[in-house]
Design a binder for this molecule. Structure first.
Ligand SMILES: [Mn+2]
Length: 325
């Protein structure tokens, strides 16, 4: 699939009056930061722009929402009216916004902006760049194309997108262009320390206790090159936390000396299981995830399983990861 030029996407947005933005479910800093920067920019251009969501914004990302989001539950059929452009950011499959898929296709023009290698391009216009460390990088380039005067708020949203998806500029997806964009964001008034404190130094004690339990119960395998932790619903109840509080655990596991692949298994309330995989220098975790109906990047991917017990999932993950090392 070929990408459409960003200039063509910019033109569609310029001609639109109403735009709905769709970040993926279980949003992360990149999805929310990209959506917030784009929404602010479009409103500044006089557009009627909203971010449509279907699940809660995690607490650590709440500072990025300045009245831009509307929950699909609160949109009645009568409120929708004409949507000139629907644009999904940081995702490119309707399974990434299941409750909003119908609304997305309600848009006169559909646009997809993403950096996931597994995205198929569901828009009339698609820009999917697996080389981009974050969708926020592409949104920056799009705002430049749109001639937007990036303000401090947009700069902070884009910085949040980029710092979270690059593991604060540590992951292998970080490039010179990533840093060039951040330099430009400083020129737009970015206070990176303010954003970093909001994102990284705002943990609840309960969340820290949950992380401690997860690390304590983690198991090493494949001669220390694999590590795996399991979060059960019981552990959440005991610590008074939510599954979103496990954010960051899999990166901590990967940071262990000698580990190449870290796996994190999450028991869902309905009994299904989510698996998150991260690799350091070896191990194509996107390939593993794709075999089980999921997707992602070579170094960060995941998949869901239904009708499989936690024990069976652990065995499967150990087999798959050991085989890929
Ligand atoms: Mn992303």
């Amino acid at each position: 699939m070929r990408n459409d030029p960003l200039a063509n996407i910019a033109q569609e947005l310029q001609e639109a009056d109403s735009v709905l933005i769709f970040p993926h479910i279980l949003m992360d800093g990149d999805a929310m930061g990209s959506a917030a920067a784009l929404c602010k920019a479009l409103r500044g251009m006089g557009k009627d722009a909203y971010i449509v969501i279907e699940d809660k914004i995690p607490d650590y990302l709440m500072f990025l929402d300045r009245g831009y989001t509307v929950d699909i539950e609160h949109i009645g059929a009568a409120d929708i009216g004409d949507i000139d452009v629907s644009i999904c950011v940081d995702c490119g499959e309707k399974t990434r916004f299941p409750k909003r898929a119908e609304l997305f296709y309600h848009g006169e023009t559909k646009i997809c902006i993403d950096h996931h290698v597994s995205s198929v391009g569901i828009g009339d216009y698609n820009y999917i760049d697996p080389e981009a460390a974050a969708t926020g990088e592409i949104i920056f380039d799009l705002l430049v194309e749109l001639g937007v005067d990036i303000d401090q708020e947009m700069a902070e949203s884009l910085f949040a997108a980029i710092t979270t998806d690059t593991g604060n500029f540590q992951y292998s997806n970080t490039t010179a262009h990533t840093h060039e964009i951040v330099i430009a964001l400083y020129d737009c008034g970015l206070n990176s320390n303010k954003v970093s404190v909001a994102l990284y130094e705002n943990e609840s004690f309960a969340k820290m206790q949950l992380h401690s339990k997860l690390i304590e119960s983690a198991q090493m395998f494949a001669d220390g090159e694999g590590v795996l932790a399991v979060c059960t619903q019981k552990m959440l109840k005991e610590t008074g936390t939510l599954m979103e509080d496990t954010e960051g655990v899999v990166s901590s596991l990967r940071s262990i000396h000698g580990v190449q692949v870290a796996a994190f298994i999450k028991e869902q309330p309905d009994g299904s299981v989510k698996v998150s995989l991260r690799s350091k220098e070896r191990g194509d975790v996107a390939a593993i995830s794709q075999r089980h109906g999921g997707g992602g990047h070579v170094r960060a991917a995941g998949f869901n399983l239904e009708g499989v017990s936690l024990e069976e999932t652990v065995a499967l993950v150990i087999d798959e990861v050991t085989a890929c090392l």
